[in-house]
Design a protein around this ligand. Structure first.
Ligand SMILES: Cc1cc2nc3c(=O)[nH]c(=O)nc-3n(C[C@H](O)[C@H](O)[C@H](O)COP(=O)(O)OP(=O)(O)OC[C@H]3O[C@@H](n4cnc5c(N)ncnc54)[C@H](O)[C@@H]3O)c2cc1C
Length: 386
């Protein structure tokens, strides 16, 4: 059986970021193979993402990982290629019913060093006069560290650099984890029937990570959830529009001369792997009324196109599982990102590379994202899931 040091199952942004940091010059000296069935990434979350980055989280580790994500994106032009980073802010809005929760989140963010501005209804009307603030109690925005970028560009840049530095990309899927007893991964069986032995296995297969973990005896509470993204034009669009997060669950941001937007669907079941049908009813019944209510100029919009993607949704606490499994220590998890994984791919990739090289995290300590919290029933809940 051929052997490599590290097999990374899934070469999306997360898997490719791990390969990128492992193969950095003067870094890890072992061999790295990324097993990825689709080099076009047509259906991958990294390609179908809204690719936005924020510091307005309720979990400190997410805030810290986004800070590194932004640093990485700002430096990308120097090495990975242009990821078209647009720096802006999220504008998080709350009705009176949601104001206490928003204040609590702002307190956490400030304790983590984020300069969040809190605006009352009058402040909102002053700073964002084109918003309907009649039913709002407050809003929050930031002076920097947030925005959006080209997600597919980031993924391809990471992949190109990893390839250049010696990672091998195998066009196949990992069908099964081969165990050596109950506690050790010995290798993987590929779709073509070949086997590959390894010292470490990284499970970065996104929505498929539950099935792969199960073949190593790990129960991962990660399921595919569909999210639709609608692209619209508006003749009277407000200038310098931030990414708006509305209490109705609507989010909306500029994308070039147009806008993209979506909502958390009221009915949010697990979906089949191949179900990427856009739910246009969602636009008519939820998205457009919410847009027109919040920004009167959006009453007159033209729906141009739409797509659907899948979140790798962690139903336990909406945060990722990152790092080794206690019961299978050479199986490393990187999934369950619940809609905020693209911005965290650089931080997670670097953390995993550090763990594999040094058996510890040396920059950002991601131990709080360890899988152990699930069997111990100690959720680390992210309250701001968009
Ligand atoms: C509509 C939408 C909007 C989003 N908006 C944002 C946002 O604004 N900001 C943000 O940070 N995040 C956002 N996300 C989430 C983010 O895109 C994901 O968390 C992130 O891209 C996950 O990256 P990944 O590499 O883990 O997964 P993916 O990009 O899905 O990659 C997983 C890869 O694994 C491969 N694979 C699957 N099974 C196997 C197997 N058995 N063997 C080998 N390979 C396999 C797949 O082919 C795929 O390429 C959004 C997601 C969606 C769907």
């Amino acid at each position: 059986m051929p052997k490599v040091d590290v097999v990374i199952a899934g070469g999306g942004a997360v898997g490719s970021a791990a390969a990128y940091f492992l193969t950095e010059p003067r870094g890890f000296t072992g061999t790295v193979a990324v097993v990825e069935p689709d080099p076009t990434y047509r259906l991958a979350a990294s390609t179908r993402s809204a690719a936005s980055i924020r510091r307005q989280f309720s979990t400190p580790i997410n805030i810290e990982m986004s800070a590194f994500g932004m640093e990485f994106l700002r430096a990308c032009g120097g090495g990975l290629g242009d990821v078209n980073l647009k720096e802006s802010t999220y504008l998080t809005l709350a009705t009176p019913a949601g104001a206490t929760a928003l204040r609590r989140n702002v307190d956490i963010q400030r304790r983590c060093g984020v300069e969040v501005r809190q605006l009352d209804a009058a402040g909102l009307a002053d700073c964002y006069p084109w918003i309907n603030s009649s039913d709002l109690a407050m809003g929050a925005d930031t002076p920097d560290g947030e925005g959006w970028f080209d997600g597919h560009g980031l993924l391809q840049g990471l992949r190109r650099a990893a390839l250049k530095h010696g990672a091998r990309y195998i066009r196949d899927r990992v069908e099964h984890v081969l165990m050596d007893g109950a506690r050790r991964v010995a290798g993987v069986r590929l779709g073509c029937g070949d086997t590959l032995r390894c010292r470490w296995l990284v499970n970065a297969t996104g929505t498929q990570s539950r099935a792969l973990a199960a073949s190593a005896g790990i129960d991962l509470p990660v399921f595919a959830r569909k999210r639709c993204v609608f692209v619209f034009s508006c003749a009277q669009a407000p200038a310098n529009c931030p990414l708006i997060v509305d209490p109705s669950s609507l989010w909306c941001r500029p994308e070039g001369s147009r806008f993209i937007c979506g909502v958390v669907p009221a009915d949010d079941p697990e979906v089949a792997v191949g179900d990427f049908d856009v739910n246009y009813q969602e636009f008519d019944e939820l998205v457009w009324p919410a847009l027109a209510h919040r920004v009167p100029a959006f009453e007159a919009v033209r729906l141009d196109s739409a797509w659907a993607g899948h979140y790798d949704y962690n139903v336990f606490d909406q945060n990722a599982f990152v790092g080794p499994c206690e019961s299978v220590p050479n199986l490393i998890l990187a999934s369950g990102f619940s809609g905020h994984g693209l911005q965290h791919a650089p931080a997670v990739g670097r953390a995993l590379a550090e763990f594999i090289r040094f058996a510890e995290y040396r920059t950002i300590d991601v131990a709080s994202l360890s899988y152990t919290r699930y069997p111990r029933n100690q959720p680390l809940r992210e309250h701001i899931v968009i």
